[in-house]
Design a protein. Structure first.
Length: 261
């Protein structure tokens, strides 16, 4: 009888083993509201077919998602481009690595008061994000369009202090990136990241200055450095970069968000 029970127990464990192996891997992914969150909703069913249970965690700013990832409150995040991640790692010592590119949100300059950037008056006020990479991105955009000139070799993080020529004597007001759409009622123009623009109900086609979609600002999926070679990471990136998700991005955002693959 003991032998029969032992054999039955072994058989039960063999039957249970595949069920345990098929249990989905929970992956908490930090995002900012708007397109990043919407795209992850499209990723979820694709990831589920690859054995991942994606839990979307929304954050209202650009700093906390990396801190939460570094501390182990998340398995991944998807909200930032490489210059921003590099800056965070340098400033805060986060042990986080990029594992796959996702989408690009071309930055634009928007105005509720002027139909063109040429119409912005002398001494006009321009709101820009107050973090170094996105604020620098806005200044580089304005330099590309001939509105100002920066010191040579400033890289991707110039500040207002690096402006050497400002023919219109523009006044720059630095605000949190998420607040730039709200600042439009108070300034002549504002540099707005497209993910915040879309969530504020504004139209990317209304930009009076628009960034070239090619460049270093493609967004990415990041994980802790210790996790970057784990099998679930490869599955998450593959789910995101699937044909189904690419089609969703094209249909949903009409060019305001551009897939990188």
């Amino acid at each position: 009888m003991k032998q029969l029970l032992l054999a039955a127990g072994i058989a039960a464990s063999i039957v249970a083993a595949p069920a345990l192996a098929q249990s989905p891997q929970t992956v908490r992914v930090g995002v900012t509201p708007g397109p990043h969150a919407q795209i992850l909703e499209a990723v979820k069913p694709i990831a589920a077919k690859r054995g991942l249970d994606v839990k979307i965690v929304e954050f209202s700013d650009y700093v906390v998602p990396n801190a939460a990832l570094d501390s182990g409150e998340l398995e991944a995040n998807s909200f930032q481009h490489a210059p921003y991640l590099d800056n965070q790692k340098t400033d805060r010592g986060f042990k986080i690595e990029a594992v796959g590119s996702t989408v690009n949100f071309p930055m634009g300059i928007y105005s509720r008061k002027h139909k063109s950037f040429d119409a912005v008056p002398q001494g006009g006020s321009i709101a820009i994000p107050n973090d170094p990479t996105n604020g620098g991105r806005a200044l580089l955009l304005l330099q590309d369009k001939g509105a100002l000139k920066l010191k040579p070799d400033v890289g991707f993080k110039p500040s207002v202090a690096d402006i050497v020529e400002n023919p219109k004597r523009l006044k720059f007001i630095e605000v949190d990136a998420a607040q730039t759409p709200r600042s439009l009622d108070d300034v002549d123009a504002a540099a707005v990241n497209t993910n915040y623009l879309v969530s504020a109900g504004l139209n990317p086609a209304d930009a009076i200055v628009k960034e070239d979609p090619k460049g270093p600002y493609v967004n990415l999926i990041a994980v802790r450095a210790a996790d970057k070679d784990k099998p679930w990471v490869k599955e998450l990136v593959a789910a995101y970069r699937s044909p189904e998700v690419k089609a969703f991005i094209a249909d949903k955002f009409k060019g305001a968000v551009i897939a990188s693959w």
